[in-house]
Ligand binder design. Structure first.
Ligand code: ADP
Ligand code: ASP
Ligand code: MG
Length: 410
């Protein structure tokens, strides 16, 4: 007997028929003697619909109220899934994040899980119940409803698995595993049988939304056995996230290509080239809770320089406003210019540690297509470039091909 957490995404619960499909799988695992906790997302499209509704009331919805609204999507699905399970003759019980007591910080719309009270769930499991938990939501210290950021149900799934010391966390979605790149963009993309935890962390943080980055972080921290599988196929093996590089079956240098359309670039021009400037620019940005991704400061000429960085496109307006109103005059910069039509493309692979020439191959391939690289950042196992959004698809396809990702590694 194993304790298994199964997380189902929006498309897997998008209508009663699909919910019944979830019920069938849960019943099958239950019949094998396993204890099951189901974590569900809202029906596909529902979270977007709720956000759009909120925006009709307020151009920039109040974050606390926005979380109150968007968290309702998951409350609907936990009830429906539980009813389906009961109809199939199983004992089932739904829990919202607050009912579990998934305690988070108070960063509305992107809260972090601090702790999970697993006692009630454990008792119910011991009494034969299938537990159905609402993904994406929690409650803060003072009882406010919070949400975990888009794609946050993955994180709920893994965090619950960690709290319960589950044997496995299975992420059921609309693809049958983690691919070399998004199969919607590149049909030649291949499913990976395994991917190392480090690579998955990079892929997720660089835009592959198949797993939310915090879910991968939790899996790494608590050593949760994590697998991505299709909700629409029986007995598929999916992709296992592994912790040991040596076990890696597929020894490709590059494992995958991630991309992110949500990158916006901001440049502060003519900044005095002296100590403290980076802090004076990024301090107010960070105080406003805007996450900064890539940062580049050029070498100074005649005592002044340009300072560029990227933020999420949703936070572009906010960041520009802060820089223009609070920073530019204060530090005596020439101007603040922005471009929110940029995208980031990254190649990821642990094999990069032992191979040279990956960056030059990447840059040459992009150059041959006439794609201008605006920013570059690297780590031990990834190289990212910021480019004009209009070249994104071309760049991903070309890189997928030149790094032979469409072929099984020898
Ligand atoms: P869910 O609603 O089940 O959480 P998501 O839409 O959040 O599903 O994530 C699954 C989607 O992630 C896939 O449909 C696919 O388009 C996308 N995706 C992006 N990169 C990858 C990748 N490398 N491998 C597999 N899927 C990917
Ligand atoms: N429903 C939420 C979203 O659409 C959470 C999730 O699906 O993981 O982002
Ligand atoms: Mg998702």
């Amino acid at each position: 007997m194993a304790l298994i957490v199964q997380k189902y995404g929006g498309t897997s619960v998008s209508n009663p028929e699909r919910i019944k499909n979830v019920v069938r799988r849960v019943a099958k695992f239950k019949a094998l003697g396993h204890q099951i906790v189901v974590v569900v997302s809202a029906m596909s499209g529902e979270t977007n619909r709720l956000i759009a509704l909120a925006k009709e009331m307020q151009a920039y919805p109040d974050p606390r109220e926005l979380d109150t609204v968007v968290s309702t999507g998951e409350q609907v699905t936990i009830g429906l899934v539980s009813m389906g399970l009961m109809q199939a003759g199983l004992k089932a019980k739904s829990y919202t994040g607050a009912q579990v007591r998934i305690l988070t910080d108070s960063a509305f719309t992107k809260a972090r899980i601090l702790s999970i009270d697993e006692q009630n769930i454990s008792n119910d499991l011991a009494n034969g119940y299938v537990i159905v938990v609402a993904g994406f939501q929690g409650i803060d210290q003072t009882g406010n409803i919070t949400t975990l950021g888009r794609g946050g149900s993955d994180t709920t799934g893994v965090a619950i698995a960690a709290a319960l010391h589950a044997d496995e966390c299975q992420i059921y979605t609309d693809v049958d595993g983690v691919y070399t790149t998004d199969p919607r963009l590149v049909p030649e993309a291949r499913r990976l049988k395994t991917i190392t935890f480090e690579e998955m962390l990079e892929m997720a943080s660089l835009g592959s939304k198949v797993l939310q980055i915090r879910a991968v972080e939790f899996a790494g921290k608590y050593k949760v056995k994590l697998r991505v599988l299709s909700s629409f196929e029986e007995d598929c093996e999916g992709t296992l996230i592994t912790f040991e590089e040596n076990n890696k079956m597929e020894q490709a240098i590059i494992s995958g290509i991630a991309f992110n359309r949500d990158e916006a670039k901001i440049t502060v021009r003519g900044v005095p080239d002296k100590p403290g400037i980076a802090y004076q620019i990024l301090g107010p940005i960070s105080e406003a809770n805007v996450d900064v991704d890539m940062i580049i400061q050029n070498l100074g000429v005649d005592g002044s320089t340009d300072f560029s960085f990227t933020v999420h496109r949703n936070e572009f307006d906010k960041a520009m406003e802060i820089l223009k109103n609070k920073v530019q005059g204060h530090i005596g910069a020439l101007s603040v210019v922005g471009d929110n039509k940029t995208a980031k493309v990254s190649v990821v692979g642990v094999g990069m540690r032992s191979h040279v020439g990956i960056a030059s191959k990447m840059f040459r391939s992009l150059a041959e297509e006439g794609i201008n690289i605006q920013m570059i950042s690297t780590s031990e196992i990834k190289i990212s470039v910021v480019i004009d959004e209009k070249y994104l698809e071309l760049a991903v396809r070309v890189l997928h091909k030149v790094f032979d990702l469409d072929q099984e590694p020898a």
